[in-house]
Design a protein around this ligand. Structure first.
Ligand code: SF4
Length: 197
């Protein structure tokens, strides 16, 4: 449990504590911290791996081609981008889009945990192998555990493929849609309002 206020007030405190962060080496090469966007009281949070080039340039997560696809996926679920919250495991772009290293994750993850504490979502969707493996502390291939429910910080978590992976492997869209259908069913069961298709 974290001591931050709930919702927008909590996110403001966390962003202030993060400051012009240089707690890990990624702070030395990033252009912009990509903190997260969306509803500070969202019932549904998407967590990706880390910012890429477009995100580093704009300070916003999931922009560019993969971001467009994510926005479409969110729309198909009966939400808009502003109804959910979108962030990443690490808030600064790793150079050349390499994977974040364990010490970088260790430095940054406390802020993600605090964000989730303030937002208090009912469901988290982990986008892609790396985000899912990091949050769930596993080295298993994502194909082995996607589509199943897990818990992270006490919150229900559904791992699925990353939109960038879907752009390269369109046939995997069906599996992602199956995973998102499970998320919609859970949100419906919890009474979270969404626009039905
Ligand atoms: Fe700080 Fe996280 Fe950026 Fe590292 S990745 S500098 S811990 S905000």
């Amino acid at each position: 449990a974290t001591n931050d206020p709930r919702g927008a007030a909590g996110l403001r405190v966390i962003r202030e504590d993060l400051g012009d962060c240089t707690r890990c080496r990624l702070g030395g090469t990033r252009k912009n911290i990509v903190f997260g966007v969306g509803d500070p009281d969202a019932a549904l949070v998407f967590v990706g791996e880390g910012p890429g080039e477009n995100e580093d340039n704009t300070g916003e997560p999931f922009v560019g081609k993969a971001g467009e696809l994510l926005t479409k996926m969110i729309g198909a679920m009966g939400f808009s981008r502003s109804d959910v919250y979108i962030c990443n495991v690490v808030k600064c772009r790793p150079p050349n889009n390499r994977n974040p290293q364990p010490d970088e994750i260790a430095a940054c993850e406390p802020f993600l945990i605090r964000q989730l504490g303030a937002i208090a979502p009912r469901v988290i969707v982990a986008l892609g192998k790396f985000a899912a493996q990091t949050l769930l502390r596993t080295d298993a291939p994502i194909s082995a555990f996607r589509g199943n429910w897990y818990r992270y910080q006490g919150i229900a978590l559904m791992p699925t493929f990353h939109p960038a992976f879907l752009l390269r492997n369109p046939s995997a869209k069906r599996e992602v849609w199956d995973d998102l259908k499970q998320v919609m069913a859970e949100l419906d069961r919890l009474g979270v309002p969404r626009r039905k298709e």
